[in-house]
Design a protein around this ligand. Structure first.
Ligand SMILES: O=C(O)C(=O)C[C@]1(C(=O)O)C=C[C@@H](O)C=C1
Length: 635
């Protein structure tokens, strides 16, 4: 979907940045071509055109658009609808008519967008859905109702501000020695509208003729009421019925301080203090909003962490700032971390799970299945790092791959299990399905390069040989690195989760050679009392002499215990020294263990556990005051 924003003023810039941050192809055109991304002759090939020009230039813009192209949809954003709609109808365009009730420099979050005409075009649905998802409040109404309401909302407000300006024009200039916050806010607002396109305000006022008369009448009523104390009190009390909510007016007035032009070291320090308290107030409000989001997510069964939402946000933020982008992203990452921490806290989730990163790994996929995706996952770069985090108590639990049905034992997990002071308390089997994904819907023959981790490439070799023999294979360290490498003619082999997280187009699902490609994961925690279950993992060593291993295996044989796994690993002492790792299909009791100890040079239980399908991390508890979420580490 190609979007052309016609007009690169304040509103045009908002829509251009908005859609670009969400991954759309957007270009802007302006009659002042020095501001435009594309020249007029290049504007022919766009599906949607946003008309972001002053209201008195709509007809001119429409004529230009239709002289070079036939867009599937034109979006009108004017503030008074009657005139604009007449023009769009006159030229027979398929259009969406909205009134975004905000001005240049605003953010779409929480802004009102009124929809007065829809065309039913599929592109329109996508646009409105993007607005809705970004937190804009969409309201539908007819053209007539819109214009009537705008007379009240915009007409009266602007009229009063013009009146304010007119009454004070010879008394104040921009530079105030002293002024109250209310005065400063009104002065700024009046200055704003006075300095914007007067024609737009003229049209808005034209649409509010009757109400303007009423305002003038009311000025007289107010003046008369003020001639008498009681009459004035009565008037104020009658107004209180309609104007009750002034809760956040202090924040509005205090935020005005951010716009003050402070001078001299003391004043500047005062200015920074005011900014700091505003920042703090805003962060607190943000965190509180996050907590409410968390409660909504529970109802919708959505994860707390949604990297797609965070990525879009970060892109938008970085676009807006001229500050060092690395520092700015660090600050916002920290703010989001704080928000997430509080989101987890409000749900009663304090425990953390470490998985192999980066995001989108199969370990994460397994973790999300196991935990129902509500747990704070900590992404580590290596299996060793996961073990370290568990051992040090940084996290309560780690999820590590132990065995793949095609590739066998994951040796570095075994080595780490021997090295670190942790225990296995559960195992989980996960289907590994590889997907061929790209940034766009790419026919197989057009794929020039395939990126992925060597394991994934190997597990999909048959598909690659049969369908992509022409493609060059490039190995990456991880799935997400593969995603980063993608351009318009390459594809990556990734998990379903990674495809979703990075919004890739899945060209083919399940391309792994083995139909039943599964990985078994161990769930590890800090060492403590042994767990319970029907499987025992253990390490043991034997003397370097004939029959030593046989004597140990004989113990298992005699007790009728099946060993489903037996591996030898270098002990790390000297060449030829090995330790054995075994998985016995039984909980080994003390008597068997003491027998084993007699026949081995050392014997250590790595864990007694069972298969689990779900890690319950919190449970709901109904109380007299409602539902509370409680942490419970149940396996
Ligand atoms: O938008 C949400 O879903 C939030 O919970 C807020 C927020 C944030 O702090 O910005 C936090 C967690 C999500 O990963 C995305 C964004």
């Amino acid at each position: 979907m190609r979007i052309l924003v016609f007009g690169h003023g304040g509103m045009g810039k908002i829509f251009r940045d908005f859609f670009e941050a969400r991954g759309y192809y957007v270009r802007s055109y302006d009659v002042d071509e020095s501001k435009a991304d594309v020249r007029l002759e290049e504007t022919g090939n766009f599906d949607i055109v946003f008309l972001c020009v002053p209201m008195d230039r709509i007809e001119e813009a429409v004529r230009i658009v239709i002289s070079v192209s036939a867009p599937k949809l034109v979006v009108d954003i004017s503030s008074v609808k009657k005139n604009a709609i007449d023009i769009l109808e006159k030229y027979g365009l398929r259009y969406l008519s909205i009134h975004p009730m905000f001005g240049p420099g605003s953010d779409l979050g929480l802004s009102n967008i009124i929809v007065v005409r829809k065309s039913g075009a599929p592109e329109e649905k996508i646009i409105l859905e993007e607005f809705r998802k970004s937190g804009a409040v969409l309201t539908e109404m007819s053209v007539e109702e819109h214009d009537r309401k705008m007379a009240e909302i915009q007409g009266v407000a602007h009229f009063v501000l013009f009146l304010f300006a007119l009454s004070l024009k010879n008394r104040f200039h921009d530079d105030f020695e002293i002024a109250s916050p209310v005065f400063l806010v009104l002065h700024k607002l009046a200055s704003r509208i006075i300095n914007q396109n007067w024609e737009m305000y003229y049209l808005i006022q034209k649409n509010a003729e009757e109400l303007r008369r009423e305002v003038a009448e009311n000025a007289k009523i107010l003046d008369e009421a003020l001639s008498d104390r009681d009459r004035f009190r009565e008037l104020v009390y009658s107004l209180r019925k309609s104007f009750r909510n002034y809760r956040d007016s202090t924040l509005i007035l205090e935020s005005y301080k951010a716009t003050v032009d402070a001078r001299g070291i003391d004043e500047l320090r005062g200015y920074i203090r005011a900014l700091d308290s505003l920042i703090l107030e805003l962060i607190e409000r943000r965190v509180n909003a996050g907590k409410k989001v968390a409660m909504e997510k529970i109802k919708l069964n959505e994860p707390i962490e949604i990297s797609r939402v965070e990525d879009v946000k970060m892109r938008e933020i970085l676009k807006r700032t001229g500050l060092n982008p690395v520092r700015v992203s660090e600050i916002f990452e920290k703010i989001m971390e704080l928000t997430k921490e509080e989101e987890y806290r409000v749900l009663g989730i304090g425990r953390k799970v470490a998985v192999l990163g980066p995001m989108g790994s199969f370990s994460e996929e397994a973790a999300l299945k196991l935990t129902g995706s509500r747990l704070p996952l900590i992404y580590k770069n290596s299996v060793d790092d996961i073990f370290r985090a568990v051992e040090s108590g940084e996290v309560e639990c780690g999820i590590v791959p132990i065995e793949n049905s095609t590739y066998g034992t994951v040796l570095n997990t075994l080595d780490a299990l021997l090295k670190y002071d942790v225990q296995v308390f559960g195992e989980y089997e996960h289907d590994i399905r590889h997907n061929l994904a790209a940034r766009r819907d790419l026919p197989l023959k057009e794929i020039k390069t395939i990126y992925s981790h060597p394991q994934a490439i190997a597990q999909c070799s048959e598909f690659i040989n049969n369908y992509l023999p022409h493609a060059e294979i490039r190995y990456t360290r991880s799935t997400s690195e593969a995603v980063e490498m993608l351009d318009d003619s390459s594809a990556a082999i990734v998990s379903e989760l990674a495809a979703r997280l990075y919004r890739l187009h899945v060209i083919k699902r399940g391309i792994q050679t083995a139909n039943n490609n599964r990985t078994r994961f161990y769930l590890i925690r800090k060492s403590g009392e042994n767990g319970d279950g029907d499987i025992t993992s253990l390490f043991f060593g034997v003397e370097d002499e004939p029959g030593a291993l046989f004597r140990v295996l004989e113990v298992f044989y005699r007790h009728g215990i099946n060993l489903r796994k037996l591996e030898s690993r270098p002990a790390g002492t000297k060449l030829g020294d090995y330790v054995f790792f075994a998985e016995a299909e039984r909980k080994l009791d003390d008597s068997i263990l003491s027998e084993l100890k007699e026949k081995t040079s050392f014997c250590r239980i790595a864990g007694i556990f069972r298969k689990i399908d779900r890690l319950e991390v919190f449970s709901e508890r109904r109380t007299s005051s409602g539902t509370e979420f409680q942490t419970a580490w149940q396996t």
